[in-house]
Write a protein that binds this ligand. Sequence first.
Ligand code: GLN
Length: 314
Amino acid sequence: MTLPIPDTEAITAAVNTAHQAMLQVDGGKNADYIPYLASVPSGLAALAVVTREGTVVEAGDSRFAFAIESISKVATLALIMETIGRDALREKVGSDPTGLPFNSVMALELAQGKPMSPLVNAGAIATASLVEGATADARWDKILDMQSRLAGRPLSLSDEVNQSEQTTNFHNRAIAWLLYSAGTCYSDPMEALDIYTRQCSTLLDTVDLATMGATFANGGVNPKTGERVVSKDNVPPILAEMMMEGLYTFSGDFAYIVGLPGKSGVGGGMLAVAPGKLAIAAFAPPLDEAGNSVRALAGISAVAKSLNLDLFSA
Ligand code: GLN
């Protein structure tokens, strides 16, 4: 079924108005448990839409490159789903919301070491442990390649972000060892953690992020490059997972308010996908308690509302 895409004038008006609205919203605070993130200017604000046909509409600091952080979990999820299939992934990692913060150890304990979702840290480390390759670098190349193909251009690791994370990721190290002891880390745990940490440390801008989302909105074909990146059958379970756990403890609220599958990262990025139509991406560093960008949420909600994108409205 081919769904009608809102026309470009309507998208442009929605993006410009929503970007102005973002700037009126205050509150939140840059993540500071990763030192690099605390140093990003808090006043940056960007919004972009990319349609399934590849039309780009952008406003604000949309070419500022920021750390992908947790949004990378979607790319690694896609990579592993393509490699081992959706059933094996669901069995090994899970597909349910945890209802707990993204780095919760308690969630892991409550589920006897099953991470539940590839979109929380435990599940993302387990998913990274499933990437095949003879060395950590070979496995990392596959993750970076998937991120790049989704974005439609070669992305790269920021040594600065990676350094900042690798030297402070003690909590995630504990999670990796807990997974390993429960039999749910499928490679050496410190190697899985290393590539997970690298996957969080690539830089992309808001248009790249919207292009990633547009690839899912377009059934797995990147509208910018024309490449099939994800098989058509794997797109719905990826989006379902985003709807269930993409914004951590705010995922239910996001479904209620916006009605679209989404994903956020502690770098301040946020993505929402309107299947068959377009993707909306936003960036602004200050985060709320759950780890979601306050201004990005405002911008994405406003665009989704003015273009009537809520999936649950008839
Ligand atoms: N690299 C971050 C971490 O592992 C990503 C978390 C996030 O964006 N929610 O803690």
